[in-house]
Structures are given as C-alpha cells and as structure tokens.
Design a binder for this molecule. Structure first.
Ligand code: ACO
Length: 311
C-alpha cells in the first residue's frame, strides 16, 4: 500500500512584504537577501491565525479531492494531522478544529511538530497507518505563522520566514511505499523556539546540515526503493533557501529543472512549504498522474527525511 495525493489546497495571506519592506525595518537589503537566499517576498498573516489558515487550506484540498472523485466527502477522512511548530490553539489539537470546520466527524485528529520536516513526517505516518490497515484516507496539513515567532531585529533569521498553510488528502492505493526519517537531538540547539522567546538559528550550521543530509537521505531512499536517479521525475524539497536546493541538486548530479521552487514568493513557511508547492504544481498541471516524485524535508531537531509520493 502507498498513499496517493488526490487533493491539495493552500492558503496564502494577502499581505505581502518584499525585501524592501524588511530593509526599512533592519540593516539589510533586497540584493543581500536575493543573493544569499533567493527570497524576494514573504506573506504575513496579519489577519489570520494558524488554525484559520489550516482550516482554509483543508477546505480547498477537500474541494479538490471532490472534484476528481465526486463520491469523496469529509466523512471518508479517517485521520487529520496538522503540522505546526507554534499554533494559536494548544488545546485541543488544531486538527480537531479542522475536523469540525469541514465536517470530518469520523476522523481521529492530532497535531505533529517536526518543524520543517513536519509535512514529510505526517505523510510517512499516514502511509504507515495505511499499510497497517488503520486508515484509508488522511488529511495532512502544514500551517505556520512564523511572523509571530521571529525576532524582527535579527536580520540573520527573520528575512527567511513567511506565513501560510498547505494541505493534502492522501488515499490508500496499491503500490509500495518508500520512506526514510531521521532525527539528531544532539544538534537541537542549532534552531530553537523556547517558550516565551523568539526563534534562534545558527544559520551556517543549519545550512551545512541541509547540504549534507538531504542528498544523503535521498540516496538512502532511492537505494531502499531500488530506484535510480534517472527514474525520478521531480524532487519536491522543503523550500528553505535557493542555495540549499541548488547545492542538493549539484551533489545529486541532477538537473535544477527537476527541483521546482516557489520560495522567492513565500520564503520559508516551514511545514507548510511542501504542501503549498504541491498545490501550486498540481493546479498548474506540472504534476501529472504516474510521475515519480521524491519529497524531502529537513529542519529543526535536527530532523530530516524523504519519501516517494504518488499523485
Ligand atoms: N542582511 C545583510 N547582511 C546580513 C544579513 C542580512 N539579512 N544577515 C547576515 N548578514 C551578514 C552577517 O552579519 C555577516 O556579516 P560579517 O561578515 O560582517 O560578520 C555576513 O552577512 C555573512 O553572514 P553569514 O551568516 O555567514 O551568511 P550566510 O551566507 O551563511 O547566509 C543564511 C545566512 C541565509 C541564514 C544562511 O546561513 C542560511 O540560509 N542558512 C540556512 C537557514 C535555513 O534554511 N533555516 C531553516 C531550516 S528549516 C526549519 O526547520 C525552520
């Protein structure tokens, strides 16, 4: 059994801050941010919360799933997992609120925090449930309001992040699931958000970790799946930094055309970045049924992983 993505949705807040807005707030420039990160703008959830964005993305994913299969409804969803590193709602889980808003009364619900690896970990978790026979359909969501969590005077960190939410409906389908997940708590202090504090990041440490671990975990995945790199049509990576994605492509010896990116518009939206990108690719027709897609996430923990996904 594997998990086929049958519906996607996303929510992007209207307020858009380009790099020049940040240059008015701290000692930075559009040129520096573009050159070092590839980021041009980020969207700021000044009027919405994490839970509201999660609900909006979920509604759209459900509509999308219903469009491709008009018998599919919220009642078919067996589990809802919301990935977030800091929500406006701590109790109960945001996923319970999503279930209520979309009418998924049969789903069991919980939230998952694996930072920027969250969506990848949630996908692997729901596919594992599918293989155990526990669930047939899952709704997984990444939703983040990082503008509340960064220190807007810390130019080394604040310039990277943005807000938004993305969601996917995953259906159990015949096929083999391939997944790899890792964490290394000995490096937990590279990227932290302690209660009552703002986000702290050792940018270079995280950069070096990503450049080494992401190609390695993709190689590990392909080896386990008995796949060659030439079998992969597309790599959907966590959208952290253009230089990281280019470095991963180079180390894998793969063409940059296989690595779609949207971080120039949204910045790093942590667990929301992969589902927002999947939604854009699916709606834009870049993802077609039968393609071999590799998804990879990496972030605080440190945590990282990869999976083959079916669309
Ligand atoms: N504008 C202008 N100058 C800056 C800025 C800025 N926004 N930020 C740092 N600088 C300066 C530094 O002070 C330093 O100046 P100095 O040489 O006079 O001391 C110089 O630029 C170089 O700083 P570095 O930190 O070496 O810059 P680097 O090239 O490493 O880029 C960056 C920093 C963009 C943060 C990079 O390290 C990076 O992308 N790291 C990965 C971060 C990441 O992806 N984190 C998310 C992981 S996912 C998750 O779980 C959230």
């Amino acid at each position: 059994m594997t998990g086929k993505i049958i519906g996607t949705g996303s929510y992007i807040p209207d307020t858009r801050w380009d790099n020049n807005v940040l240059a008015g707030m701290m000692d930075t420039s559009d040129e520096w941010i573009r050159e070092r990160t590839g980021i041009v703008s980020r969207h700021i959830a000044d009027k919405s919360t994490v839970s509201e964005m999660a609900c909006e993305a979920a509604k759209k994913a459900l509509e999308d799933a219903h469009e491709s299969d008009d018998t599919f409804s919220a009642d078919d969803i067996d589990v809802i997992i919301v990935c977030t590193l800091a929500s406006d709602v701590l109790l109960p889980a945001v996923s319970c609120l999503v279930a209520e808003k979309i009418g998924a009364s049969k789903a069991f619900c919980y939230d998952l925090n694996a930072a920027c690896s969250g969506f990848l970990f949630a996908y692997n978790t729901c596919v594992s449930y599918m293989n155990s026979g526990l669930v047939k359909n899952a709704l997984i969501i990444g939703a983040e309001k990082l503008s509340d969590q960064v220190d807007w005077s810390d130019r080394g960190t604040a310039i990277l992040f943005g807000d938004g939410a993305g969601a996917a409906i995953v259906k159990a389908t015949d096929g083999n699931a391939h997944m790899v997940m890792h964490s290394d708590g000995s490096r937990y202090d590279a990227l932290t958000l302690l209660t009552g504090k703002k986000m702290y990041m050792d940018g270079q440490k995280v950069f070096r970790f990503a450049l080494k671990s992401v190609p390695e975990v993709i190689e590990e995945l392909l080896l386990g799946a008995d796949m060659k790199k030439s079998d992969v049509d597309m790599y959907v990576l966590h959208q952290a930094n253009k230089r990281i994605i280019e470095g991963v492509a180079k180390r894998l010896g793969e063409d940059m055309e296989k690595f779609p990116m949207n971080l120039s518009e949204y910045g790093n939206t942590s667990s929301a970045s992969i589902p927002i990108l999947l939604d854009e690719l699916k709606r834009g027709g870049a993802i077609r049924s039968g393609m071999n897609i590799v998804m990879a996430g990496f972030g605080a923990g440190l945590s990282w992983g990869a999976a083959t996904i079916t669309v």
